[in-house]
Design a protein around this ligand. Structure first.
Ligand SMILES: [Zn+2]
Length: 102
């Protein structure tokens, strides 16, 4: 029996899933993601309009929240923006991978 076969992390590293990309987008947008990881992320973005759409939404929202941080922002409104970001992330990742009916 070939039971010694293990799921290789290297194989998964060869092609990012949408969830991985979205998790890394924070670092990517922040400029802290570099080297091969950044290149592979960009390659995924070329193939995946869903992740590109998310990247646009994310950067736009990020700019908005940063701008709003300059101005004194009511905590309730800050909470709403953060919730918007949090709710969008898990929602977009799986739908991107599972349904290809678009
Ligand atoms: Zn994707």
């Amino acid at each position: 029996m070939e039971s010694s076969h293990r799921e290789s992390a290297i194989e998964a590293y060869d092609d990012f899933t949408c969830q991985q990309v979205i998790a890394l987008l924070v670092d990517y947008v922040d400029g802290t993601l570099q080297g091969q990881t950044a290149r592979m992320l960009q390659e995924h973005l070329q193939d995946c309009p869903e992740c590109v759409a998310f990247l646009r939404t994310y950067t736009a929202t990020l700019r908005t929240t940063r701008t709003l941080r300059d101005v004194e922002m009511p905590p309730a409104l800050q909470d709403r923006v953060l919730r918007f970001l949090r709710e969008r992330r898990p929602e977009l990742a799986p739908s991107c991978c599972q349904s290809h009916t678009g």
